[in-house]
Design a protein. Structure first.
Length: 179
């Protein structure tokens, strides 16, 4: 509810708590790579996750690769630590900072799909939220007015945006079969 803490409340994503879960699947991407920053998993929940989700990185590891999500069993998704990326493409988000936005209850952000080899931006999605006003002590980003409006859950919309630029191979073959 703090108007200054979340860098990009517009592109809130479950990647902070369940990395890759929206992207990996039989008809989606084969794997999802990210930095070593990952959620802490409580030991009491071990029966719900693949044992690899509790592994710790070696000092030489730089990235995490998630894979194997079948969208049926939560424990189907696995992870390994790697020191080099396989991915050619990725996405990144960042908050937009302009004078007086936050004090007026406005937050903006950008999500960019990027070619990791050339650093070329392939697509950009910019959005803003408004919650409260300058006299409000707190804001509620989860129920803020969005521009452009986001019709579904954030993680689903982020997946749709990325997949519209980087079409998963399984989707390509399904599209080709239906043509």
């Amino acid at each position: 509810m703090d108007r200054y803490i979340i860098e990009d409340p517009y592109h809130q994503t479950e990647e902070s708590t369940r990395p890759g879960s929206a992207f990996i699947g039989p008809k989606d991407y084969i794997y999802f790579e990210t930095s070593l920053s990952e959620p802490t998993r409580e030991s009491w929940g071990r029966e719900y996750y693949h044992p690899s989700m509790f592994d710790k990185p070696k000092p030489s590891d730089k990235y995490i690769r998630y894979f194997g999500n079948d969208h049926k069993n939560q424990d189907s998704m696995q992870k390994i630590y790697v020191n080099a990326l396989k991915s050619q493409y990725g996405y990144i988000w960042r908050g937009i900072k302009r004078p007086h936005d936050r004090e007026n209850g406005i937050a903006g952000g950008e999500l960019a799909v990027v070619d990791l080899k050339t650093n070329e931006i392939l697509a950009l999605w910019r959005g803003f939220l408004r919650s409260g006003n300058s006299s409000s002590k707190k804001v509620w980003w989860a129920a803020a007015h969005a521009c452009p409006r986001i019709p579904g859950p954030y993680y689903h919309e982020i997946y749709k945006f990325v997949a519209s630029v980087l079409i998963p191979k399984n989707t390509r073959s399904r599209i080709a079969e239906n043509d």
